[in-house]
Design a protein around this ligand. Structure first.
Ligand SMILES: [Zn+2]
Length: 98
């Protein structure tokens, strides 16, 4: 495929943009935020790119909710792991600590 790097970069930019929109909508329209996250994940999938790791803690991979700590997400530290709990679907995901 031609311009693979270029397409990837555009996809990642769109993902960032969608998370920004999700952040902006979150306080008033959390459901809209979820839609932005779903869209971002679809873009990632279709273009075969990863959601940037800076954004990994900002959504629930189970229900695609946009997550905000102290609002609909809880973060706990267990040993070297971070446990991120989505309060929308109550699932917990392990993340490596930074
Ligand atoms: Zn969830």
């Amino acid at each position: 495929m031609q311009n693979r790097g270029f397409v990837e970069r555009i996809a990642v930019e769109r993902i960032w943009r969608l998370f920004e929109l999700a952040e902006n909508e979150f306080s008033k329209h959390p459901e809209r935020s979820r839609r932005y996250v779903q869209l971002a994940r679809k873009i990632a999938e279709r273009n075969n790119v990863q959601i940037p790791k800076e954004l990994k803690a900002n959504y629930c991979k189970y229900c695609s909710a946009y997550l905000k700590l102290g609002k609909n997400a809880k973060l706990r530290i267990k040993g070297k792991m971070l446990l991120l709990t989505c309060l929308e679907c109550n699932k917990t995901r392990k993340m490596g600590a930074k």
